[in-house]
Design a binder for this molecule. Structure first.
Ligand code: SF4
Ligand code: SF4
Length: 368
């Protein structure tokens, strides 16, 4: 039984839905049903003699799934080398496309796991891209949830990629960092193959029901009329850009119910553990903020600038604007503390923690 995942993540709605545990499950028994808030452990039943028993499918396993789950780790602030505002000089690609294409040209990577949508239903899906053309074809992150890291094995075993870049929100980047910093032998293949992470600014991600129940119904349109969906945090609006060039908006407060439960427990706004973090906030309209966090991220950006596919804007980044959203998301720490308390109370019931310890925790939370 994957006790930690079940008790500390799935049962208390803390799963971010990154999909890493599904990919790293050594026995292939963790599944992510489409309508579920979190993965599940496959149930197998067996007749032994006269008895009918449920088999523990994860028995005798080193649990690489638990080792790679971002929700079972403590996260401190990540490093920052520099922050710039930039524009893409690619005719049909944004700053993320430009960074990936330069990494591909330079040989840092030979492919990437990207976000895309199925055009007729506007349903999110992962795209494994191994060429400039494939990178440019993907629609990018539309703030619609998919367990993107379930595509990791396809990238490695299906496409044979050896140097992979991953683009995703902070929880996805944290899952990758959990793998990269682990010493679990079962995760070695992933550690060897993942070379670059590009993290996104993220305040929350939505289920596909946002499209089917809200957008389609509210505006009487078809999913295939939608070109892109953008979360505009500055104006607190969801912007839906249609193929005919028109735009429709919904206040973010109206779509809160479609946000994944796990997002309520998430405090990383800028993807602090990525090589490069990317987002609109902090830059003028039409420009993108890039936070360089590691030497590999720096090399990648410098190469894109030298190639002439990214141009650094002269206007400085408005760091206070980013900081406002960082602080606002950090308020979710309270939800994490309540989770810890709940888990401790469960421990108390099973005798693992004492009543005094629980009282101490209550005092800590109450005192804040
Ligand atoms: S957060 Fe990711 S790794 Fe953890 S349980 Fe959820 S899907 Fe699995
Ligand atoms: S808020 Fe963003 S980073 Fe956090 S769990 Fe949700 S999707 Fe992941």
């Amino acid at each position: 039984m994957v006790k930690m995942l079940k008790r500390k993540v799935w049962d208390v709605n803390r799963c971010s839905g990154c999909g890493m545990c599904v990919s790293t499950c050594a026995k292939n028994v963790i599944l992510f049903p489409e309508d579920s808030d979190h993965p599940i452990l496959e149930v197998k039943e067996k007749n032994i003699g006269w008895s009918h028993v449920v088999v523990d499918t994860s028995f005798f396993c080193e649990k690489p799934c638990e080792e790679s789950c971002p929700r079972l780790k403590e996260w401190k602030s990540g490093p920052i080398i520099r922050i710039i505002s930039a524009v893409s000089k690619l005719p049909d690609g944004d700053v993320i496309d430009a960074l990936l294409i330069s990494a591909l040209r330079y040989g840092f990577i030979d492919g990437a796991i990207l976000w895309d949508v199925e055009r007729t239903s506007f349903k999110p899906l992962p795209r494994v891209a191994a060429s400039e053309d494939e990178i440019l074809k993907s629609t990018g992150f539309q703030h619609l949830w998919f367990p993107i890291l379930t595509a990791l094995n396809d990238a490695i075993y299906g496409r044979g990629l050896r140097k992979i870049a991953i683009v995703g929100p902070p929880c996805v980047i944290q899952a990758v960092e959990a793998v990269l910093s682990s010493t679990n032998k079962k995760l070695e293949m992933y550690r060897e193959r993942i070379r670059l992470t590009i993290g996104l600014f993220c305040d929350g991600i939505y289920s596909h029901q946002l499209v089917t129940n809200e957008i389609v119904g509210r505006f009487n349109i078809k999913p295939y009329d939608i070109n892109t969906i953008k979360v505009d945090l500055r104006d607190a609006l969801l912007r839906i850009i249609m193929y005919d060039g028109s735009e429709k908006v919904i206040p973010l407060s109206d779509i809160r119910k479609y946000m994944r439960n796990g997002c309520a427990r998430c405090v990383d706004f800028t993807s602090e553990w990525a090589d490069l973090s990317v987002g609109d906030l902090g830059s003028e309209e039409g420009k993108t903020t890039i936070i360089v966090r590691t030497p590999i991220g720096e090399k990648c950006l410098d190469y894109a600038i030298r190639e002439g596919i990214i141009e650094v804007a002269e206007t400085p980044v408005n760091k206070e604007e980013i900081q406002r959203f960082v602080l606002s998301k950090e308020r979710r720490k309270r939800a994490q503390e309540v989770d810890s308390l709940l888990l401790s109370m469960l421990d108390a019931l099973s005798g693992v923690k004492s009543r005094e310890e629980i009282e101490e925790m209550l005092k800590l939370i109450g005192g804040k």
